[in-house]
Write a protein that binds this ligand. Structure first.
Ligand code: PMP
Length: 413
């Protein structure tokens, strides 16, 4: 770490104080939370906004004439406007509210792809993907006779760019790739890859679950057709998320699910679907979860995404350097461009044992295959220990992680 970097990290603002869950002891030690890639903690501002909504404004959205229903609708639709602004979608009709990244990707697979795919068509993904960006495509391939093909990654966990280019041929119906790998932290050059696909008229879905919490995202600048993400990775509650989709594509897609709210008129003879984006939002949504996403966006924008990216990048570099200095460590995922996540193994200690010993010292990391089993087989391992940083982490957290790993080493010696 350069002196300038170390000054920046040490001069980090105390965003940690905004997060009540981080003010506790776990197993007799102040909590060090390094599992934000699985689920991030919520700031007081989000918790309070959601609680206020639950206490005073809760009612069902859209159909009510009474005051609480108006308030709930305003809060819900207000959050949609914040999301539009946050990712710079061209219109609020392009923001479909879902239960999370998983539902968003399934929606695209079933509604955009399934009616159009034919045997011989290909769906191109990469070897880096989370299961949520693999299995929905396998399902639609089974349903249609299309074929799933996979762009390889190198030993560092980087997509092999030349091979990806060769695979992008005229038979590819859609390309689906992650913005940031949850298992290895690789940041993919999404803008460049999207440009290549678009030059061949191939639609692109970006799994942004690990992108949105850590960097500014502008879907128009990225040029992608779909961008999926989850509230709970960006400091909002679980069970609510987003599918950004180009309006022209959404317009031509049939509904994903049928039910209330996605219709204008129903009779037994025929049903007229609602306008965008409601055509894709059947049933009562996760209103408080979406309100929470709106509050999380307010929180993030008040700090500034660029500032968050810069801070986290220095912290990540510090973490990698400190981990790399531990005897017996093997870093998994060493791509040039990375964000938040570092996977590793220590001596021959099983990752789960490592996770448990760290928990005894108040340090929360994730262990296992991280819902990315193909990544693990590519690296020739069953799983890893994974530390992931967010804006509330500090150099002290990393030092505690290293200390805890040194203790684990001694224990197993
Ligand atoms: N994609 C990536 C890259 C992820 O990290 C995750 C969550 N671990 C998902 C998809 C699935 O997100 P969710 O479970 O919120 O639908």
């Amino acid at each position: 770490m350069t002196v300038a970097q170390s000054q920046l990290v040490h001069a980090a603002p105390d965003w940690r104080n905004d997060f009540p869950a981080l003010r506790q002891e776990v197993n007799g030690h102040p909590l060090v939370y390094l599992d934000s890639a699985a689920s991030a903690q919520m700031p007081e501002a989000v918790i309070n906004t959601v609680a206020e909504y639950q206490r005073h404004d809760h009612a069902n959205v859209h159909r009510g004439v009474h005051t609480l229903s108006h308030r709930a609708t305003d809060a819900f639709e207000g959050a949609r406007d914040k999301i539009r602004d946050f990712i710079n979608a061209a219109s609020r009709t392009e923001v479909v509210l879902t239960s999370g990244t998983t539902e968003s990707i399934n929606l695209v697979a079933q509604s955009f792809c399934r009616p159009r795919l034919k045997p011989g068509d290909k769906i191109l993904i990469t070897h880096l993907e989370h299961h949520a960006n693999i299995v929905p495509w396998q399902l639609v391939c089974e349903q249609t006779g299309a074929e799933l093909i996979v762009a390889p990654i190198d030993d560092s966990g980087q997509i092999e760019a030349d091979t990806l280019t060769t695979l992008l041929d005229q038979d590819v119906f859609i390309l689906a790739l992650g913005h940031v790998s949850n298992a290895l932290g690789t940041v993919n050059p999404v803008r460049e890859i999207v440009a290549q696909a678009k030059a061949r008229d191939i639609p692109v879905l970006v799994d942004g679950a690990q992108g949105v919490p850590h960097m500014p995202v502008d879907v128009q600048q990225l040029g992608c057709d779909f961008y999926a993400f989850s509230g709970h990775k960006m400091f909002a509650p679980t069970g609510a998320g987003v599918l950004y989709a180009r309006e022209s594509l959404l317009d031509a897609m049939p509904p994903y699910q049928g039910g209330g709210d996605m219709i204008l008129e129903v009779s037994f003879g025929a049903t007229v679907y609602n306008e965008l984006p409601y055509k894709f939002e059947a049933g009562t949504p996760n209103i408080s979860g979406v309100v929470g996403i709106g509050a999380a966006i307010d929180y993030l924008q008040a700090i500034g995404m660029q500032r968050i990216t810069e801070y986290e990048q220095h912290l990540h570099n510090y973490m990698v350097a400190q981990l790399d200095a531990i005897d017996g460590i093997r870093l998994i995922g060493t791509a040039a461009a990375k964000a938040s996540v570092q996977s590793f193994l220590l001596d021959d200690i099983h990752a789960h044992d490592l996770g448990t010993i760290l928990d005894h010292q108040g340090v929360a990391i994730r262990t296992g295959h991280h819902c990315a089993m193909p990544v693990m087989s590519r690296m020739g391992i069953a799983g890893t220990a994974r530390a992931s940083v967010a804006l509330y982490n500090s150099v002290d957290d990393i030092d505690r992680l290293v200390e805890a790993l040194q203790k684990a080493r001694k224990l197993f010696a």
